[in-house]
Structure formats: C-alpha cells, structure tokens
Ligand binder design. Sequence first.
Ligand code: DGY
Length: 325
Amino acid sequence: MSQPVSEGPVVVVTRRWPAEVEEELRRHFPRVRLNVDDQPLGPEGLRRALAEADVVLPTVTDPLPADLFGGEVRCRFLGNYGVGFNHIDLQAAACAGVVVTNTPGVLTDATADLAVTLMLMVARRAGEGERELRRGDWTGWRPTHLVGTELTGKTLGVVGMGRIGTAVAQRGHFGFDMPVVYCDSGDGPADLGWARRVDTVQEVFETADVVSLHLPGGGANTHLVDSGLLARMRPGAILVNTARGDVVDTRALIDACASGALAGAGLDVYEREPDVPEELRKLDNVVLLPHLGSATREARIGMGMLVLDNLQAFLDGREPPHRIA
Ligand code: DGY
C-alpha cells in the first residue's frame, strides 16, 4: 500500500480484525476507528458510521438495508470483510454513491474444508460420539457402537458451482472418490469431465447422498430448500449448509432430521444468527458449528488484506478488484 497521507480518510471498522490487519490499517490510516470492544454497532451505530466516515468496513453481522442509505451519507466506500453480501442493499448503496467491495477467493479453501468436516462429522457421527464421551457415558468399544457411513463412493451433490462449490466438489471427488453432480443458476462450469452438471436443484437432491449448498442467501434463494425439496432426498441422505442460513427452511429441516428421513445435517449458518432453535440443538443427528467457514488465520488475514487492496484501489482512483456495487 502507499505511504500514509497527513490525515487521510476517516475509516470505521465495525468489528475486531486480526491484529496484523489492524496494524496495517493504523499504519496507513491515522484516522481509523477500530472497534476494540468488538460489539456490533447496531443500526444506529451503522447509520452514524455512514454519516461520519469516508470509509466503512463492515462484515456479515452488520445489516445495511436500504433505509440506512436514505439519510445523510458521507461514506463513499464500503469494504465488506467477507464474500457474502446479502446483508447489504447494494442498489441503495449505489444510489447513495457508495462503492461496495467484497473478499472472494481467500476463504475458498477454509470454507470448503469446513463443508467436508461437516460431511464427515455427520456421516461418522463424530458429534454424537464427542458429546457422549464428554458426558462420561462411553462404556467402551463395541461392534454396534455409533456406526455411521463412509463418504467414499457416495454421490456428492453441489448446489452452486462457484469457487467454494468447486473446491468442495474437488475434495469430494479426488479425496473420497465421490461421483459429483452439480447445478448452477449462473455461469458455473458447463462440464468438468469429472463432475456432471444437471439442470435443476431437484435433480441434485434426488441423485445425491450428500448435498452441499454453496449459493448466496436472500432473494429467490430464501427457503429454496423447503419440505418439498427435502422430501426428494434419498433415504439416509445428508445435507450440509455452509452458505447462508436462510437458504434452508429450518422448520422443514428439523422435521426431516427428526423423522429419520435424512441421516442428518451439518450446519454452519442459521436463519437468525446467533439464535439456533432449541429443537435443532436437541437433534443428535445434526452437527452445529458457529459460522466458522472462514475461521482460519490464513483466510481471516487474507480477507482483511483484500479489503485493504480494494480500498487502496478506490483511493488511487482505480477500479477496486472486487467491486460489487
Ligand atoms: C462470508 O465471507 O460471507 C462468510 O460468511 C464469513 O466469512
């Protein structure tokens, strides 16, 4: 990045970031306001940030709906720390003259690894076993104890074949010898040779033993996975969601897992984070993680550095590499 200017823009960071990246911010932006308490700013705090700062660096826990862009907006650059942006009304931001960027790519491997972790945990009943042992209920090895299933040779279905979906498909196919079927509503790959593209999400759900979701939240994708789609899954199938919670109708998923129609589900994201329905938490065949997809040092530092790259391009008058509005 270029050297600090005497004062520079007022930059608001909405949550704590990795120390290495906060250090970079301090070095280059003397008027940066870091969130040392790491508490969400809330609607009023975000409104104030948009009104007072030249640059706001939000993340997934900062809803930025249209009305926040309706008032006084001094902010000219919104650098989202994260790849998903369904929490930001991009149209309203653009109308208010705010450039918006995100951080794709650097969290692909971390998130794909976590999707596979969830598949394995559900298939091998690892969560159940861990809880049993910690409760002190393990009575020792026996042939019928917590018998799960193997991923090897099972069909993997990927909904949304972007960067993360493709990385999950690669792990499944080349790591576990899984035939892969996928669908993509956008410009995902037409044919990969080792993975078969199908036309509809229904076909993926009907064909696969393990379905992994990799599509954005919000809009038409809200409750895309409903009771009808879940009913199409093979008996004993597994659903994994590391994308966005609202893509799955939680009520329908609870019913499918409780009835035994599905072998189980692995979830990293929820409809109303951080609330996770008690009924879901009670299900033994559901593995629940607290939105950890990108939670590796590599990914989280990479995300911060990418926000800074986008910001520096904007300040230099260049097109930010990951502009979304
Ligand atoms: C994202 O980037 O959208 C994740 O949900 C958080 O890393």
